[in-house]
Design a protein around this ligand. Structure first.
Ligand SMILES: [Zn+2]
Length: 319
């Protein structure tokens, strides 16, 4: 509160100077009236309280805009419209980070499905061909909404820039884990699978606290389980790669818990059901596997609404 009061007093001084220099500045005058009114609220002890419900206005919002007079539940129409515009823009920006649909590169055929529950998502999905390999990333930032989506965009930028520097994937994972540990909000972390698929079928992948990756090799299913902590949890976590060799028509399937934790009349969807379903799609191409999976999910969930973001990624080795 002292910090905010200091900020407001500083703002008042600057506005007064601006008005002295340009006396006909109507914007500055209107702003000065708002700042004065906020300072009055400090004097009467009502600063930071919502004018409608008299509850505390969210502190993070006040820090971003010390002139706020209403809590999130009681925004004015224009504030609500401004917030919606911000969210729409953020949503568009996040969609713009997604890789091309049905990307085929160097003997790998891919398809993904990315469905945020709200306007923005903490789910992360990327495919990045670089240096003759196809890098793939799929993860889930803890929490929901804007904070999680900001972390997701950071992961996107970090992976792409570090891959672009030609670093080994093992080093990239360690760097990003340390970066997140040093800068994360308390309790914010990301479960994530990242890997490098080579044109010859060799795959190196890291699973940091994420759900298993389903590998279907010659019709046999293997679950590649996590062997490390989520990124952003412990600075000195070590990460060991899984290496697999994928033959013609073999498939890797990655997903977030929005799929496996969907609840239907029979309980939770579960990893086993995902594995069974993927294993049945021997003859299907990557995009067919995704649509079969979504069909099955809809059938399973019935009228239950989704509770989480759902992201799926299928990668099939061309025959
Ligand atoms: Zn309120």
């Amino acid at each position: 509160m002292d910090f905010l009061q200091g900020q407001l007093e500083e703002r008042k001084r600057r506005l007064e100077t601006a008005i002295t220099l340009a006396p006909s500045n109507a914007n500055a005058e209107a702003l000065l009236r708002e700042v004065d009114s906020a300072l009055d609220r400090f004097a009467t002890g009502t600063y930071g309280l919502c004018e409608t419900c008299h509850e505390t206005v969210e502190p993070d919002r006040l820090l971003a805009d010390p002139l706020l007079c209403y809590c999130l539940d009681h925004l004015t129409n224009s504030e609500r419209a401004a917030l919606q515009r911000d969210l729409d823009l953020a949503s568009e920006l996040q969609r713009g980070l997604l890789p091309p649909a049905d990307l085929t590169v160097d003997g790998w055929e891919t398809s993904y499905h990315y469905a945020p529950l709200g306007p923005v998502s903490g789910d992360y999905c990327d495919l990045y061909p670089y240096g003759g390999s196809l890098f793939f990333m799929l993860g889930d930032v803890s929490g929901k909404g804007v904070a999680a989506s900001m972390r997701m965009t950071q992961l996107h930028a970090l992976f792409r820039s570090l891959i672009g520097m030609g670093l080994p994937l093992a080093d990239i994972v360690v760097h990003i884990n340390r970066f997140l540990c040093e800068s994360a909000l308390a309790g914010q972390y990301a479960t994530l699978v990242c890997g490098r698929a080579d044109p010859g079928g060799g795959v190196e992948l890291f699973n940091a606290g994420h759900l298993p990756v389903i590998a279907v090799q010659q019709g046999a299913v293997r679950l590649l389980e996590s062997n490390g902590f989520p990124l952003g949890m412990f600075c000195d976590s070590a990460y060991a790669p899984d290496t697999v060799r994928m033959g013609a028509d073999d498939m890797l399937f990655l997903f977030t818990d929005g799929l496996s934790e969907t609840v239907g009349a029979d309980g939770e969807y579960g990893v086993e059901r995902v594995a069974r379903l993927v294993a049945q799609q021997v003859a299907a191409c990557a995009s067919e596997v995704i649509s079969k999976c979504l069909e099955d999910l809809r059938r399973f969930a019935g009228s239950n609404p989704g509770m989480d973001d759902v992201t799926l990624l299928a990668m099939r080795r061309a025959g």
